[in-house]
Design a binder for this molecule. Structure first.
Ligand code: B3K
Ligand code: ZN
Length: 844
């Protein structure tokens, strides 16, 4: 397969002035008629005219009304074209019903839908399928279905046809079409300037009662983007459609967002608090793309973080405003460490702006998205809130309608704030998680903080240059008063000193407040200091972080030295759990332990080979010790944190349920499941029902509840995904293989549905000790399923190969077995470009 390089960018030979498409829908033989006006691109040095096209049956092609001879070439076609403006017309045939890759135009439960990002439009018709070619689209859909949707505004419709016009020039990846027997949840929004916008969430008839929350989230997103970024919506209508078969969460097509049904449908009975929060965040994210992604798009796919990092940053701000900033920050950092640090410290590490790729779909990663958002957060910290606002205003003013680059993005910050960002730019080109070292000294009232930075080598990058790292610090006096409030130190060199004058006693350092940079702090502070910060830090993030560092230290000692759970830690945790001045959601997070995967990585970095079974044993032993030590506290919390009244997914109620749920998890380890069974019986919402089920599974005593859960929810695909996922991810190590086998043989295991496949195969990969069971049976099971899925759905297959990205952490036996599986995948005949690239990188 061919590698594409950022350095090779050249503009397209032509500009597209207008696109007109007609779809004659039929499951196996859809006809797509296109009429496209091309004109020479003044920015291009010329070259051969080329249109992308894949898996298309060309029926006819004309230029300016006359038949034209086209020459098929790899990935599309070329032909001779007039030197000036001309009209290209083509008719092609495609087969949506046999499109299992879920890219291009495909069918899901009898409904037609599209997914064009990144390069799916070329499976619909011949076109310059690249984001820097933007054009207004006019679309006519003909089909015997009641609902026919496309981008933009509806302009005309009749029995079996509809026409849509999108006045905003857009790249083809934002094209969308939906046709089906759908019903709508209807609402409206009045924009700041008084324009009425019709809002719809389109679903299958049985799902209409699951739209209210998503609609509310949409309206809150629209209002927020006006208030915080001054961005108004720009069409008469905004449509969201729920689709059951979808490769990712959702897609921001102009005026017609298409969602995985799991990312939009919610009712109290079927969705957990976590689901509600995720839905709110994804609806906001896709809506925010209307400005950061659609009005301003990317010049090429290397600039993906331009829209994704920024839009993630915006949705994080939104959730913080809607809920709680500290709780959101802690959750985001947990995610970042679990997914992005894992990627950045293994074979798949790549810069936030990659410089080459084989298959762009493989780069919709935690690095591009989440680290991309962290980079924007650092920029904001460095230039301040007013600088950020000025820069964003300038960005929208200067680049509206553009296909922009990271250079453009940084330039608006430079122009708006006068700051030189040439060193900061390294965050976009240098992969790997920087390690920051800390030394402290006090003499004659001067406190000196020496910070160092180093970034380990990553694939293709041997030497790393120093970055600009904003390090937020505060100093506390030994009695807990803040003697130096938060200030941002700018670490720009490999080693740098910062001094603070006038300190009588040695202060306690609270460093990297609010996680001001995506780095790993290398600092061995004494546990007494961590316990002090857990009790007193004025920065909520660092308070939580101190507890986490303590827990990690305790666990590492338990794993490596067979130590007993440290009593100091147990009592510190008990104090936090009881502290009623703390938000319940925060306390719930503080009660969580580091994940088994996180511990494996920690051990690996300390040059010890992680033993997944030993890790699991220690985590369970510590959990039990917490349950025993804090029995009374947990039991009080369980009794007190009952949320009165009917279920509401709001942050406060969800926080109380989270704390009560955390208590239940621990209590179930010591009460034989009495409380969990009772809760399962009486729960009137999915959060409590699933929480009880998980608690019982954790003690391997959920057999009857699993059967009842299934009987109750058999008809609900999204709830059944939970049933599958929980069992795969929680099976005890010695049963995981058998359990997973059994789940894949289940009559409801629809492996072509990405949500179901991910629930089982992805769930198993997340079951750390189970996945790594010493026989290697699960490696082989996952490998064989990936081989089977690849010809059907390369995108989901490639993404799931990441289950193996940490393989070099483990012992020689496990490495050998994983290598065998990876090599077997790599040797599979006809393996997709997507999976070939991923497996190649993991093995390299
Ligand atoms: N932009 C889409 C992701 C498309 C993924 C293509 N493989 C969703 C999002 O980030 O909002
Ligand atoms: Zn996005």
């Amino acid at each position: 397969p061919r590698t594409i390089y950022l350095a090779d960018y050249t503009p397209f030979t032509h500009v597209v002035e207008q696109v007109e498409l007609t779809f004659r829908l039929a499951p196996a033989t859809t006809r797509v008629l296109s009429k496209i006006t091309f004109a020479p691109n003044p920015e291009s040095d010329g070259g051969t005219f080329f249109l992308h096209g894949e898996a298309l049956k060309l029926i006819s092609a004309r230029i300016d009304g006359a038949a034209v001879e086209v020459r098929p070439v790899e990935g599309g076609l070329t032909c001779d074209v007039p030197s000036g403006r001309f009209v290209w017309e083509a008719e092609v045939e495609i087969s949506p019903e046999s499109n299992t890759a879920l890219e291009g135009l495909y069918m899901s439960n009898g409904m037609y839908c599209t997914q064009c990002e990144a390069e799916g439009f070329r499976k619909i018709t011949y076109y310059p399928d690249r984001p820097d070619v933007m054009a207004p689209f006019k679309v006519r859909i003909e089909g015997d279905l009641p609902v026919l949707l496309s981008n933009g505004n509806p302009v005309a419709q009749g029995e079996g046809w509809a026409e849509w016009v999108d006045p905003w020039p857009k790249p083809a990846y934002l094209f969308a079409l939906v046709a089906g027997e759908l019903v709508n949840h209807l609402d409206s929004f009045t924009t700041a300037s008084g324009k009425q916008v019709e809002l719809n969430i389109w679903v299958r008839p049985g799902d209409k009662d699951k739209c209210a929350f998503g609609m509310d989230a949409l309206k809150r997103s629209m209002a927020w983007d006006e208030q915080v970024y001054g961005r108004e919506y720009d069409l008469d209508i905004f449509n969201i459609v729920a689709v059951d078969d979808f490769n990712m969460g959702a897609m921001e097509n102009k005026g017609l967002n298409i969602f995985n049904s799991s990312a939009v449908l919610a009712s109290p009975e079927t969705a957990t608090d976590a689901n509600f929060e995720r839905i709110e965040g994804i609806i906001a994210h896709e809506y925010f793309h209307n400005w950061t992604g659609n009005r301003i798009t990317c010049r090429d796919w290397f600039q993906l973080c331009l829209k994704e990092g920024l839009t993630v940053f915006r949705d994080q701000q939104f959730t913080g405003d809607m809920r709680s900033h500290p709780v959101k920050r802690i959750s985001d950092v947990l995610e970042l460490r679990a997914r992005q640090f894992r990627e950045d410290n293994g074979p798949l590490a790549h810069p936030v702006r990659p410089e080459s790729f084989v298959e762009i779909n493989n780069f919709y990663t935690a690095t591009v998205y989440e680290k991309g958002a962290e980079v924007i957060g650092m920029l904001k910290t460095l230039v301040g809130d007013t600088g950020y606002k000025a820069a964003l205003d300038l960005y929208f003013e200067r680049h509206d309608g553009d296909a922009a680059t990271i250079e453009d993005w940084l330039k608006v910050f430079e122009d708006a704030t006068g700051r030189d960002l040439s060193q900061f730019k390294r965050w976009y080109s240098q992969a790997g998680t920087p390690r920051v070292g800390v030394e402290e000294a006090l003499s004659d009232g001067t406190y000196t903080l020496t910070l160092t930075q180093a970034t380990p080598a990553t694939p293709g990058q041997e030497v790393a240059e120093p970055l600009v790292i904003p390090v937020a610090v505060g100093l506390l006096s030994p009695n807990g008063d803040e003697v130096v409030p938060t200030q941002v130190l700018e670490l720009t060199e490999t080693r740098q000193e910062f001094t603070f004058e006038g300190l009588g006693a040695k202060p306690v350092l609270s460093i990297l407040r609010n996680f001001s940079a995506p780095v790993i702090l290398e600092r061995d502070s004494p546990n007494a200091e961590r316990a002090f910060l857990l009790a007193h830090d004025t920065d909520p993030f660092n308070r939580w972080e101190a507890g986490r560092a303590l827990a990690k230290d305790v666990l590492v000692r338990m794993i490596t030295e067979d130590a007993a759970p440290a009593p100091d830690y147990l009592s510190a945790l008990n104090t936090v759990a009881r502290d009623e001045t703390l938000d319940p959601a925060f306390r719930a997070l503080a009660l969580g332990l580091p994940s088994q995967d996180d511990l494996a990585q920690t051990l690996f970095e300390a040059r010890r080979t992680p033993d997944p079974l030993a890790i699991r044993r220690s985590v369970r032993a510590l959990s039990r010790a917490i349950a025993e030590h804090s029995g009374e506290t947990l039991s009080d919390l369980y009794d007190d944190m009952i949320v009165p009244g009917p279920y509401s997914p709001d942050a406060e109620a969800a926080g109380q349920r989270a704390l009560r749920g955390a208590a239940l998890g621990y209590l179930t380890l010591v009460d034989d499941g009495t409380r969990a069974r009772a809760q399962f019986e009486t729960a009137d919402n999915m959060t409590e029902q699933l929480g009880a089920l998980a608690a019982l599974l954790n003690i391997d005593a959920a057999e009857s509840e699993l059967a009842r859960f299934r009987a109750q929810w058999q008809g609900d695909r999204l709830v059944m995904d939970k049933w599958f996922g929980l069992q795969a991810s929680m099976a005890p190590p010695d049963q995981a293989a058998e359990r997973a086998q059994c789940l894949t043989e289940d009559s409801d295991f629809d492996w072509k549905n990405p949500n179901r496949f991910r629930a089982v195969i992805g769930g198993l990969a997340m079951n750390a000790a189970g996945f790594h069971a010493p026989t290697g049976a699960n490696y082989r099971l996952v490998g064989d399923w990936l081989i089977r899925l690849d010809p059907v759905n390369p995108q989901t297959t490639a993404r799931m190969t990441t289950a193996f990205q940490t393989w070099r952490r483990y012992d020689a036996d496990r490495q050998g077995m994983i290598r065998e599986v990876l090599e077997k995948i790599a040797a599979t005949e006809g393996l997709s470009r997507d999976t070939t690239e991923m497996v190649g990188r993991i093995l390299a």
